[in-house]
Write a protein that binds this ligand. Structure first.
Ligand SMILES: *Cc1c(COP(=O)(O)O)cnc(C)c1O
Length: 484
């Protein structure tokens, strides 16, 4: 296994803080107390908590060691399909940490918030230009909340036209949040199957589209990493019957500044700033899921909205058809600063980033398709989906392949998603990995495929080098033990 980044050396066991330290050990020396302990304050404080006595070094080593059990994109390749775990340049963090942004109070008067408002205004313009849409709200805090915003807008649009529509078409390749968002808004999700090529066919949409359907949610590129080639025709079918087209744009990393959403017939689209626009993510946030709309849906966007008149920025609530407020103040502002910094530092190179993300995924797809079964053998976008079909004979599954990858020093890809592919192994390398890293990853995957034939027990026992081996995942989900 030489030449791979995995190692098991110098990763420490670590006790709970309560099991460490010694009575009387301290993190700092304070002068002796010169006040009586039985002051009235004591009654207010009550029993002191039973905290362990630790030195500064005990504490520093404890948390540093725990942090080393974790894995992040700053350590290595993180090819988690659908999540766009790319390297996020540190300059974007630095800008978000500037005191003028990080310490600005959201209730400051407008006159003292002009810089913060300008950033919101300009980022809205950038995202509108990148997607070719007309107006943007930066309020939603995540992709799923962007979807909910979109559904509320679709509802408000139909209501304004006295049209009562109850259904939303959702393809089988959609992220689970899509039908959930539609249902949360009171719509009935109507599931449609994608065709043989892994994309939607206009015929299937035409069959379910009628005047009871409020719209369709299409993910493009879809969760199989394939571009919905018939999107224009599909949009026409939906529009003809008075419906709206919602695009889940979480996979924007493949098409930044390249695909024109307006020309594709999209009325409304969300983006995931924490995937595409440089906010480190995983384990729950903070995120941002801006919603971009065409002109006819602008009146329904959440309030407040940024207005710019006579050289002054201000917040305006004066949109009577608005769906209202989705988030306190202006959304997750720190994430917006990072996206703004990212867009400005990349400029037209955003297109290049998307091209490289697509190239890298196709590179991996071509090099691995002889050893792993490819779900759809055709050019992909930013991610490719394999299965464990070739390994069935050895009774090796996707789960074991993923576990074994950790021994080689790679974070496993997304597994068993999308649900339409049995035993899916979904790889998204992103544009930020070098050719050396991609080659090393490919070598590791090939080596695992060979091991599956010659030494399947190695996969059944994997991972062997990690701090924590196999977990009882059901118990971990059902009975989480959060105290250690
Ligand atoms: C990640 C993702 C979402 C959900 O985004 P969150 O920010 O996690 O709520 C929705 N759709 C697709 C296609 C995604 O990849």
């Amino acid at each position: 296994m030489n030449g791979f980044p995995g190692t098991s050396g110098l990763i420490f066991d670590e006790l709970l803080l309560w099991e460490k330290g010694a009575k009387g050990r301290r993190g700092m020396s304070l002068p002796p107390r010169d006040v009586d302990l039985t002051s009235p304050d004591q009654a207010l404080v009550g029993e002191l908590p039973d905290l362990p006595d630790l030195s500064e070094m005990d504490v520093v080593r404890h948390y540093t060691r725990l942090s080393q059990w974790n894995f992040g994109v700053d350590q290595g390749m993180y090819p988690l399909g659908s999540c766009t775990m790319k390297y996020n340049p540190k300059t974007n963090e630095k800008q978000a940490g500037l005191q003028g942004f990080a310490a600005a109070h959201p209730l400051l008067p407008d006159s003292l918030s002009q810089g913060a408002f300008k950033l919101i205004h300009d980022l809205e313009r950038f995202l509108a230009e990148i997607t070719c849409m007309d107006a943007v709200s930066l309020q939603p805090a995540a992709g799923a909340q962007g979807e909910l915003t979109g559904m509320l807008i679709i509802y408000a649009y139909h209501k304004s036209r006295n049209s009562k529509r109850t259904k939303i078409i959702v393809p089988d390749t959609a992220h689970g949040t899509n039908p959930a968002s539609a249902a949360l808004c009171g719509f009935q999700p109507v599931n449609v199957k994608s065709g043989e090529k892994g994309i939607l066919t206009p015929e299937v949409i035409a069959q379910v589209m009628d005047e009871s359907v409020a719209g369709i949610m299409v993910t493009n590129p879809n969760t199989l990493g394939l571009f919905e080639e018939h999107i224009i025709e599909i949009s026409e079918i939906v529009h003809e019957k008075g419906g709206l087209v919602y695009c889940d744009g979480a996979n924007m990393n493949a098409i930044m500044g390249i695909a024109d959403s307006a020309k594709m017939g999209i009325d409304i689209q969300h983006l995931n700033l924490h995937k595409t626009f440089s906010t480190p993510h995983g384990s729950g946030g903070p995120g941002s899921g801006p919603v971009c709309v065409r002109k006819h849906l602008e009146p329904f966007l959440p309030v407040p909205r940024i207005a710019f008149e006579e050289g002054v920025y201000r917040l305006s609530e004066d949109f009577p058809q608005s769906i209202g407020k989705l988030h306190a103040f202006y959304g997750n502002y720190g994430v917006l600063v990072k996206a703004y910094s990212y867009v400005l530092s990349m400029g037209p190179l955003l297109q290049r980033a998307s091209q490289l993300a697509v190239l890298n995924a196709n590179y991996i797809k071509e090099l691995l398709k002889d050893v792993f079964h490819l779900a759809y053998d055709r050019p992909c976008m930013h991610e490719c989906v394999f299965t464990d079909k070739e390994q069935h004979e050895q009774k090796i599954s996707t789960f074991e392949i993923a576990k074994r990858l950790m021994d080689y020093g790679f974070h496993p890809p997304t597994i068993y998603f999308p649900l339409v592919v049995s035993g899916a192994i979904m790889i998204e390398p992103t544009e930020t990995e070098s050719k050396e890293t991609l080659d090393s990853f490919v070598q590791a995957m090939k080596s695992i495929a060979q091991e599956a034939k010659d030494h399947p027990e190695l996969l059944r026992e994997a991972p062997t080098k990690t701090k924590v081996k196999r977990m009882d995942e059901t118990a971990a989900a059902r009975h989480p033990c959060l105290t250690g």
